[in-house]
Ligand binder design. Sequence first.
Ligand SMILES: Cc1cc2nc3c(=O)[nH]c(=O)nc-3n(C[C@H](O)[C@H](O)[C@H](O)COP(=O)(O)OP(=O)(O)OC[C@H]3O[C@@H](n4cnc5c(N)ncnc54)[C@H](O)[C@@H]3O)c2cc1C
Length: 312
Amino acid sequence: MNSLQRSGTLVDRFGSRVREHEVMRDHTPLGVGGVADFFLRVESIDELIDAVTCARESSTPFTVIGGGSQCVFSDFGYPGIVIENHASGHVCAINKSQIIVESGASARSLAFGVASHDLGGLEFLASYSGSIGGAVYSNYMVDNRTLHTTGFVRSSAINDYCKKVTVLNKQSEIVTYNPSWLRSARHTTRLRTQSRETILLTMTFQLFSSKKEEIVRKLSLYSAQHFPDKKISAMVFIDPLTTNAHKVIVQSGAHKLRVGNARLCKESPNRIQTVGDAQAADVRALIDSVRQRVFDKCNVMLEDALDYIGEW
Ligand SMILES: Cc1cc2nc3c(=O)[nH]c(=O)nc-3n(C[C@H](O)[C@H](O)[C@H](O)COP(=O)(O)OP(=O)(O)OC[C@H]3O[C@@H](n4cnc5c(N)ncnc54)[C@H](O)[C@@H]3O)c2cc1C
């Protein structure tokens, strides 16, 4: 059976919206990556559920992405369907300081959206470039450890404000959990350890009333770490337990390394920036060189935060 036949039920459900041979460099902020066999943009949670269920039923490999800021697609492409999640609705219960958000919503827009209701807590998302789904997937449990990243103290993590999480499990059932369910091994959420088995549908946040001036102050602080004009990834390495990745990268001199058109971002050295026509292979080689340099100079082995997708 060829891949087009395998995607039969997807085409039955979504018709010509299932695109063939989609270039993934056009769907990630880093601007690297080869061709995915199939690509589908979903606009609602119902469509997300249908797409994942169809892919499973037809045994088509799939991956769900939001903004793609944490994904590095191989230059050799992806032999399956990439489902780009744009389900971004929300319901706000202002009297309870709660908001239910769909997983494809932009994290940064959410920060500004709740701020307009004088609800605080999520201001740190103003620095994020991707979706709520991607942020929850990667927002490693920090166990109240204060994160010192990029020169200012980060005291929040997305899961601190999570009240409930609703997912599509591997049996394609919709299940709601308390936030403790997200917790997995150190630094890892269950979405990550059960990658592609569990898809985040919605997240309920418990926020708090806050003074507008305080919200605005925090939003501008975090917005300074948002670089919309750059071709830039999310964080490349997980912060080690006793230090932070940014610090050891600079200490080791690895922030000056460059491979092809990939280098580290000057303002935020734990992120990759590409210029011109960069290749995914350059990005990966640069990450390996940075890791090695940090190990050689600082005796710290950095762990990947980015996901490498496709055939390498
Ligand atoms: C402590 C911490 C601090 C961070 N600080 C920053 C910061 O300051 N600035 C910043 O830009 N980023 C930061 N990040 C990274 C941030 O999480 C990502 O930038 C971003 O939110 C990823 O979103 P995305 O939509 O681009 O993800 P994508 O790259 O689209 O996806 C990332 C991964 O999540 C999976 N995924 C996506 N959606 C779903 C879903 N609905 N269900 C299941 N899996 C899904 C994908 O398959 C992929 O494996 C931080 C992360 C952590 C842990």
